[in-house]
Design a protein around this ligand. Structure first.
Ligand code: FAD
Length: 415
């Protein structure tokens, strides 16, 4: 049988992982990226492979946050404006913040999390990826009783789904992370998690796709997609490219192309920010391991000699406008929990758009009514984490293999 020719649209972590596993399954792969590989949301994220971590749709926490969304100093912020699509999305999102939904989401996500950890370990070892990968877990630390209560809920959920999570007293967590301030009253250690430099990860995997004979093309904005038995895409230059299958992995920008095939994907761009801090030549970041600062949801990741502060969720439309106050919030949060933050220099400020679905699950599978056009998007806060398992799942579906993981809950047709 001849090799299937597959076009992957979008060269973020999801598109590149799809291309990698497709090339492993003997497909001829072309990745079309309109900008540069790995420079979308995948570029500047917190770099945490947080398998098994509960999704955003939590009954109490998010419902509480939704009452404060117009306050730009809270982790979740909505820029006030007239936007019926966002209003409808928020309504659906809120309706999905129930204990029952959280449980069903965890049942769908947990097996994916276990598989993705195995795939990461395999990728790193077999492909010798140079991306700062460290399988040493991460910590959540908190300062308040409310923070402790949220952490306990996450621990219960994660343990029930087979992931390690251990509560620590303030003293215990302080003994492990010397830079924590005394205001930290306790924490959790998640031993199964890993960290890496997310951009280096994408570029390393892209290089393996190239070595396997895949074509990676930049400056190729796809403007049209055709479905049916002979799918094709048209790029901005007007050129039409045919394939045996097309995978749309365009992150927060997935609506337009899917809509051309009659599929309305309810994806909203959830803007997040990073600020990288440098502590001077010869000085390592003053933090021994990655931490999320519980009450603020800001991640602090030691990465390639600097400290990356990353977080906040802002719904302000499909744009990359940065609000200085949101960036400042990252430093303010870090300063509340960690010593030595003031002695740093800012080396990078960035924002990226997480592709967020209202039910908290990614969208992976055939578009409704299509046999040869697939979507792989909607990974919100877990695109790096679920990159390998998504790529492997898409490769199974495209090549007609039985999927190694149950993909029913992820189907685009659920909307
Ligand atoms: C602040 C922040 C922190 C985060 N931290 C973590 C974390 O610690 N762990 C984790 O797992 N996840 C994290 N995430 C989430 C993660 O970054 C995303 O889920 C992930 O990057 C999504 O990957 P993607 O490939 O779908 O999208 P993207 O990386 O945005 O890639 C999509 C690509 O498609 C291209 N494209 C779009 N339209 C077209 C078109 N028409 N033609 C051609 N190309 C097109 C874009 O240029 C882009 O390169 C974080 C996100 C943010 C913002």
């Amino acid at each position: 049988m001849s090799k299937p020719r597959v076009i992957v649209v979008g060269g973020g972590v999801i598109g590149i992982c799809c291309a990698y596993y497709l090339s492993k399954r003997n497909a001829t792969v072309v990745v079309l990226e309109r900008d540069a590989f790995g420079k979308g949301a995948s570029y500047g994220n917190a770099g945490v492979i947080a398998a098994g971590h509960p999704p955003m749709n939590k009954p109490d926490r998010v419902k509480y946050a939704l009452t404060k969304v117009f306050d730009s100093t809270t982790p979740l912020y909505i820029a006030p404006r007239f936007d019926p699509a966002l209003a409808a999305w928020l309504w659906r999102f809120s309706a999905n913040c129930t204990a029952q939904k959280l449980e069903t989401n965890m049942s769908a996500l947990a097996p994916l999390g276990h598989t993705t950890l195995e795939l990461f370990a395999q990728l790193i070892t077999e492909e010798e990826l140079d991306c700062g990968y460290q399988a040493s877990g991460y910590y959540e630390v908190y300062r308040t009783e409310q923070g402790a209560a949220h952490a306990r809920q996450d621990v219960t959920l994660m343990c029930a789904n087979g992931f390690g999570a251990a509560m620590l007293t303030g003293e215990e967590v302080g003994a492990r992370l010397a830079s924590l301030k005394n205001s930290v009253t306790g924490g959790v250690y998640f031993p199964d998690a890993a960290t890496c430099d997310p951009y280096r990860f994408v570029m390393e995997v892209a290089e393996r796709v190239r070595r396997a004979g895949g074509r990676l093309e930049v400056g190729q904005a796809v403007t049209e997609v055709e479905g049916g038995a002979h799918p094709a895409v048209r790029v901005a230059t007007g050129e039409r490219l045919e394939a045996d299958a097309v995978v749309l992995a365009t992150g927060a920008y997935s609506l337009q192309l899917a809509r051309q095939l009659g599929c309305r994907l309810p994806i909203q761009p959830g803007k997040g920010y990073h600020r990288d801090l440098d502590f001077g030549k010869d000085n390592a970041p003053p933090l021994e391991a990655t931490c999320v600062l519980g009450e603020t949801s800001v991640f602090c990741t030691p990465m390639s000699g600097r400290l990356r502060l990353a977080g906040t969720m802002e719904f302000s439309g499909l744009n990359h406008r940065m609000r200085p106050s949101r960036l400042a919030q990252l430093t303010t949060a870090a300063d509340q929990y960690l010593s030595g933050i003031g002695a740093s220099r800012i080396t990078s400020e960035w924002c990226g758009l997480r592709p967020c679905t209202p039910d908290g699950l990614p969208v992976v599978g055939r578009l409704p009514g299509q046999t040869k056009v697939f979507a792989a998007t909607g990974h919100a806060m877990t695109g790096l984490t679920l990159g390998p398992v998504t790529g492997s799942l898409v490769a199974d579906l495209v090549t007609g293999a039985t999927p190694a993981n149950d993909d029913t809950a992820l189907a685009p047709a659920r909307f």
